[in-house]
Write a protein that binds this ligand. Sequence first.
Ligand code: NAD
Length: 263
Amino acid sequence: MQQIVRDQIAVITGGTSGIGLGMANAFAAAGYHLAVNGFAAPGEAEALARDLEQQHKVGVHYCPADLAIPEECAAFITEAQRHFGRIDVLINNAGIQYVAPVEQFPTDRWDAILAVNLSAAFHTTRTALPGMQQRGYGRIINIASAHGLVASVNKSAYVASKHGIVGLTKVVALENAQRGITCNAICPGFVLTAMVQKQIEAIAAASHVSVEQATREFQQEKRPSGRYTSVEEIAAMALFLCSEGAGNITGACLSVDGGWTAQ
Ligand code: NAD
C-alpha cells in the first residue's frame, strides 16, 4: 500500500493529459501538493486542479507555461517555488512526437521535439536544483522512453531527445549523488495515450486497415507482454522512486515496457 505523504511538493510538467495526468492523480492521492503545467482548453486545467484539490485535500497550482520556451520553463519552476515555498519532487514528463524519415523530417519539428522533450528538462532542473541542494533533498524523475534505450525508424528527433534525457539524468545524478538528491529516468514502453493513439490512427489510415490491425502490426515486437503499459504503472514507479526504499537509486533507467527492451 502506498504510504501517505504530507506537505511534500511535486512539480509535474505536461500534467494535463496521459501519463502526466495519471501521475498528478497518483501523487495527489498520496498526499503531495502539486504544481502542474501542460496545454489544455481554456478553463479545463484549472477545473482539473480544483477537482484534484477537492478529492485529495491537497493544494494544486496550475501554470500554463510553454516548455518549448526556456524562459517559461524557468518561470514555471520559480512560480511553483514561490507558491509552495519549495520543490521536493520534479517530474519532467511533457513530450511531443513527430514521425517521418530523416531526409523528410521538418527542421521546425526537430527543433520543437528537442526543445520540449530534452531542453525543457535541462531548464527546469537547473532552476530547481539550487533549492534542493540547499535543503539536501530532492527527487528528479525524467520520463524518457524505451526510445531512450533503443531506436525505431522514422523517429529521429524523438529517439535523439530520449537518448539525450537519459544522458542528462546520469549527469544530474552524479553531480548530486552526495547531496540527498536522486535523479532517475523511467523508460515506458507503449502507453495508450493521445500521443500513441494518433500514431496508430495515422498508420491505420495510411495502410487502409483497422485500428486493431494497425495496433497488432505496428506494435507486435514492441509489446512482448501483449498489452500496453498503463499510466497507473508509470505513476507507481514514480511514487516508488520518491519512497524511502528508493533513496540510493540514482542515475538509473527503469524500464516499464512489457519486455520490449529485453530483446
Ligand atoms: P500526451 O500527449 O498525452 O501528454 C503530453 C503532455 O505534455 C500534455 O500535458 C501536453 O499538454 C504537454 N506538452 C506538450 N508540449 C508542451 C509544451 N510545449 N509546453 C508544456 N506542455 C507541453 O503524451 P503522453 O503519452 O502522456 O506522454 C508523456 C511523456 O511520456 C512524454 O515525454 C512521452 O515522450 C513519454 N512516453 C510516452 C509513451 C507512450 O506510449 N505514450 C511511451 C514512452 C514515453
